[in-house]
Design a binder for this molecule. Structure first.
Ligand code: 9D3
Length: 238
């Protein structure tokens, strides 16, 4: 996969994409990630990338010419068609299902803004998929692009080590994680549930599933299917 990031702050994108699982995937040739500074495509002597809104009002608006030039230049570097993504608060809420869809593409082109908004003709002319990462206000699209890259790259075949990948498909899919413990057996007066210490793997698995369901019911009831949910009002395990 190739991912291009169009941004005014390439220095924010680069270190994150060199570290951890993403860095390893890059070094292993699973993904090529390139950043392009939209400002390099400004056409006036002030290197403008934004301007005041027609009709007045607060803030600045990202203008069309530099961004279109950047998109055309970057897309011309590789014949594979790119799935264009505009990171913006008005976009479709990002989910694991969208991450899976994007991970199946050959090429992604992510566009980050840093202004009150984008000139509407960016949407008309580039027809990007618009994605938001949630209902809170960021100062720009870069953090959202990093979230998306992280979620997508770890899904590429071979990106996760053997140990990391197996947990993904485990019985707990769709539930929150069960509680984890490691050494020491006692820490500042806090112990470890006995069931985890006596080696009965069937009971351990049963306990973990019960705790995962309990936690999901308490914290994220919206994730529970009817099958997981148990009787309304909670059964004996709550
Ligand atoms: C405070 C400015 N807001 C006025 C109602 C509009 C606004 C414009 C630009 C709010 C945030 C931003 C910058 N945000 C993003 O570029 C962004 C974002 C986000 O803020 N939240 C969740 N997902 C995303 S993806 C891109």
């Amino acid at each position: 996969m190739r991912i291009d990031v169009l941004t005014l702050f390439p220095e924010v994108i680069e270190p994150f994409c060199g570290s951890s699982i993403i860095g390893r995937a890059r070094r292993g040739g699973l993904v090529t990630i390139r950043t392009t500074n939209i400002r390099d495509f400004a056409t006036d002597r002030h290197k403008s990338v934004d301007d005041r809104p027609f009709g007045g009002g607060p803030g600045m608006v990202m203008m069309c010419p530099p961004l279109f030039a950047a998109v055309e230049k970057v897309e011309s570097e590789d014949p594979a068609p790119a799935t264009r993504v505009l990171l913006c608060p008005q976009g479709e809420p990002f989910t694991q299902a969208i991450a899976r869809e994007l991970a199946a593409q050959q090429r992604l082109l992510l566009i980050c803004g840093h202004y009150e908004g984008f000139d509407e003709r960016i949407r008309l002319g580039l027809a990007p998929r618009e994605i938001s990462i949630g209902d809170y206000v960021l100062s720009g699209g870069e953090a959202a692009a990093l979230v998306l890259i992280d979620a997508v790259v770890r899904l590429l075949p071979g990106a996760l080590g053997d140990e990391e990948s197996t947990t993904e498909e485990s019985f707990s899919a769709g539930l929150l994680e069960y509680p984890h413990y490691t050494r020491p057996r006692e820490f500042r007066g806090m112990g470890v549930p006995d069931v985890l210490l006596n080696g009965d793997h069937a009971r351990i698995e049963q306990w973990r599933r019960q705790e995962a369901v309990r936690r999901t019911r308490e914290r994220r009831p919206d994730l529970l299917t009817e099958f997981d949910a148990g009787p309304p009002g909670g059964g004996p395990e709550s």
